[in-house]
Design a protein around this ligand. Structure first.
Ligand SMILES: *[C@@H]1O[C@H](CO)[C@@H](O)[C@H](O)[C@H]1NC(C)=O
Ligand SMILES: *[C@@H]1O[C@H](CO)[C@@H](O)[C@H](O)[C@H]1NC(C)=O
Ligand SMILES: *[C@@H]1O[C@H](CO)[C@@H](O)[C@H](O)[C@H]1NC(C)=O
Ligand SMILES: *[C@@H]1O[C@H](CO)[C@@H](O)[C@H](O)[C@H]1NC(C)=O
Ligand SMILES: *[C@@H]1O[C@H](CO)[C@@H](O)[C@H](O)[C@H]1NC(C)=O
Ligand SMILES: *[C@@H]1O[C@H](CO)[C@@H](O)[C@H](O)[C@H]1NC(C)=O
Ligand SMILES: *[C@@H]1O[C@H](CO)[C@@H](O)[C@H](O)[C@H]1NC(C)=O
Ligand SMILES: *[C@@H]1O[C@H](CO)[C@@H](O)[C@H](O)[C@H]1NC(C)=O
Ligand SMILES: *[C@@H]1O[C@H](CO)[C@@H](O)[C@H](O)[C@H]1NC(C)=O
Length: 553
């Protein structure tokens, strides 16, 4: 009787107790989950980010001791499967080739068998099929995307064909073009076979001529030397448009800070912090496209201002993944608005980096303007992302890819080795001179040590690409009696004054030629290195010294 009494205090208390325990467990698990969620940090493409964090917490003289002879950016890291634009990237595989072949043989109107056996007809679809199959089997590092119909080469048994491809190691979905000349023959059953593939960009009859509007009617000129140009690059600066569009936007504006003219790793670390804050606040980032290149990378050995962001990074990709306005346009629109309207644009000025992004989340001002007027190192952008903010701001590494114009050079270098090469990364420079922090590096990267070490790892007479910051070209000559040695300087025609790169960067730079500077060299070296079949690293493979100096590994 007692048990069923609804006012029984014991029964009620038990229920209360149980529900309290349940609730506490619930609260606790939510708490745990939240802690896990907010302390989770996505992988950082810089291997030495641990060392970096150390460097950054000792903010006094926060210099970057990270490896400056390679540069990893978004296309080198696979944090998540890269979301590719839909339908744009169906690759050609053995099964798609078979399918088109079956379609052909079922088509009675087509000649097959041994008629006209001596004539190679480049327009015959079976020629393309033979070439596609050959490419698929020969260039395994490449994903082939689409082909154009082959055209005549310079001899009757030659055909030129162009296609677009990606490198399977590239985490971006950018497409590159190749066009090669193939010599064709016939198999016993009279089907086509490739006898000899041409070199990278040898199929000049197949390269697409640039569409040129020539009012003088002199079309012959455009036909004879069609300039090769990557017309797939669109890195024009997006415009804001009307006053009302400007007013409707929400902007995050960072004044130039102490980061200006520091090393490029510092620049990236700071820039991605700022962009990460803009994304966190759901604001358009106001971007200064003018970069100051630190003396370490310039030919003049002095800091050089006025370098365009687009020389180094892929602005087209950046503006696609993150809302961006250019600083000059932005300031002009802002001034114009304030001149034409009685009410000024609401601005929240933030003078100290200690004001966290979380505190700004509720702010409705059109412009949040972070000013960095404090003395160094309190005027570094990346300080905004320190402390508790680090748990909320994710640096959007995937937004930062290397310039497509530089990547075209990377494709040309690795393509001219038919993507069949090994590479060694030889870090020398300042580290080799600093015997205190890297006692063995100099000896371990000497020519004799390299010969001895590489012979165990890389087969003789392979293509060997050497990515290095050693400035002396002949330093690696001893390796030439064992390998086909390739150095970046062997490809200087790719950025020389008749190159596509030169023409396009000159155009971007208002008609003034652009130096191929040390930072661009690092970017190209890095990407060629990552495309190698076997890769030998300085640290871990060539020397036991630690990457960041003695006792750091
Ligand atoms: C910071 O840099 C200055 C000048 O570059 C130098 O005099 C000072 O010793 C450095 N401080 C530390 C802790 O390295
Ligand atoms: C047969 O060839 C004709 C023209 O050459 C083409 O339009 C048609 O699609 C082909 N049929 C098949 C099944 O491929
Ligand atoms: C080459 O092949 C195309 C397509 O099959 C055909 O239309 C053309 O007549 C052929 N040319 C010669 C010279 O056989
Ligand atoms: C290609 O070469 C063949 C003979 O080798 C010739 O009959 C054909 O007209 C040429 N095609 C073009 C488009 O020049
Ligand atoms: C280039 O991109 C901009 C957007 O950023 C677009 O408005 C413009 O039409 C594009 N130009 C070409 C030639 O595709
Ligand atoms: C971000 O801002 C845009 C317009 O500025 C707005 O449409 C969108 O809803 C906002 N998203 C979030 C998650 O606040
Ligand atoms: C390109 O450079 C070479 C030597 O560096 C020079 O002789 C030549 O005149 C230059 N050509 C152009 C078009 O600037
Ligand atoms: C670059 O421009 C020069 C001069 O205008 C021209 O001779 C050369 O063919 C161009 N090179 C490429 C690859 O477009
Ligand atoms: C280089 O060292 C790493 C780490 O010890 C190892 O996994 C890799 O196989 C080595 N590479 C070569 C080519 O020896």
């Amino acid at each position: 009787m007692k048990e069923s009494n609804p006012t029984d205090p014991i029964g009620q208390n038990i229920i209360k107790l149980i529900s309290n325990v349940c609730f506490s467990v619930f609260v606790f698990s939510v708490l745990i989950f939240t802690v896990i969620a907010i302390t989770y940090q996505p992988p950082d493409p810089w291997e030495s980010s641990r060392a970096l964090t150390m460097v950054f917490t000792q903010v006094e003289n926060a210099t970057f001791k990270t490896d400056t002879s390679v540069l990893k950016t978004g296309e080198d890291v696979a944090t998540a499967p890269v979301a590719m634009p839909e339908g744009s990237l169906s690759t050609i595989t053995e099964s798609t080739i078979q399918k088109s072949e079956e379609e052909l043989t079922s088509n009675v109107t087509l000649k097959s068998g041994c008629e006209d056996v001596s004539v190679v007809n480049c327009s015959d679809p079976r020629v393309l099929i033979a070439i596609q199959r050959f490419n698929l089997r020969t260039y395994k590092a490449i994903a082939f995307l689409d082909y154009q119909t082959p055209v005549n080469g310079s001899k009757p048994d030659e055909c030129d064909v162009a296609w677009r491809f990606r490198n399977k190691k590239d985490k971006s979905w950018r497409k590159y073009r190749d066009f090669r000349r193939f010599r064709l023959g016939f198999k016993d059953d009279c089907s086509y076979k490739v006898i000899h593939p041409g070199r990278w960009h040898s199929g000049i009859n197949a390269r697409r001529p640039r569409i040129q509007v020539n009012p003088s009617g002199n079309w012959q000129k455009g036909r004879i030397a069609p300039p090769v140009r990557d017309d797939e690059i669109n890195d024009t600066i997006p415009l804001l448009g009307s006053d009302s569009a400007f007013r409707k936007g929400r902007y995050l504006y960072y004044s130039r800070g102490g980061d200006y003219c520091k090393g490029m790793n510092h620049y990236i670390w700071s820039f991605l912090c700022a962009l990460g804050e803009a994304q966190y606040l759901n604001r358009t980032f106001v971007m200064d496209l003018s970069i100051c290149l630190a003396s370490a990378y310039t030919q003049s050995n002095k800091d050089e201002e006025g370098k365009d962001f687009r020389f180094y990074f892929d602005f087209e990709h950046l503006k696609e993944v993150s809302p961006i306005v250019e600083e000059g346009d932005f300031l002009r629109d802002w001034k114009r608005w304030d001149k034409n309207h009685k009410t000024k644009i609401p601005v929240r000025k933030v003078a100290n980096y200690k004001v966290t992004p979380m505190q700004l989340r509720k702010d409705k001002s059109t412009i949040i303007w972070r000013q960095f007027d404090a003395p160094e190192p309190d005027n570094y952008w990346y300080r905004v992302c320190e402390g508790p903010a680090a748990k909320y701001i994710e640096r959007p590494w995937q937004a930062l890819w290397k310039s497509k114009r530089l990547m075209n050079i990377v494709s040309a270098i690795s393509g001219s080795m038919d993507w069949d090469f090994d590479a060694v990364h030889v870090v020398r420079g300042e580290k080799a001179r600093n015997k205190e922090l890297w006692p063995h590096l100099d000896a371990d990267t000497s020519p004799d040590a390299l010969v001895a070490k590489l012979q165990g790892t890389i087969a003789p007479w392979r293509n060997l690409y050497i990515a290095t910051n050693e400035p002396f070209y002949n330093f690696f000559d001893k390796l030439r009696s064992h390998y086909k040695v390739h150095l970046l300087d062997d490809y200087s025609y790719l950025w020389g004054n008749t190159s596509e790169w030169h023409n396009e960067t000159t155009l971007l730079n208002g008609g003034r030629p652009v130096d191929f500077d040390g930072y661009m060299r690092v970017e190209v070296d890095t990407e060629v290195l990552y495309r190698a079949k076997t890769r030998v690293e300085t640290f871990y493979n060539l020397t036991k010294d630690c990457k960041d100096g003695i006792n750091t590994c």
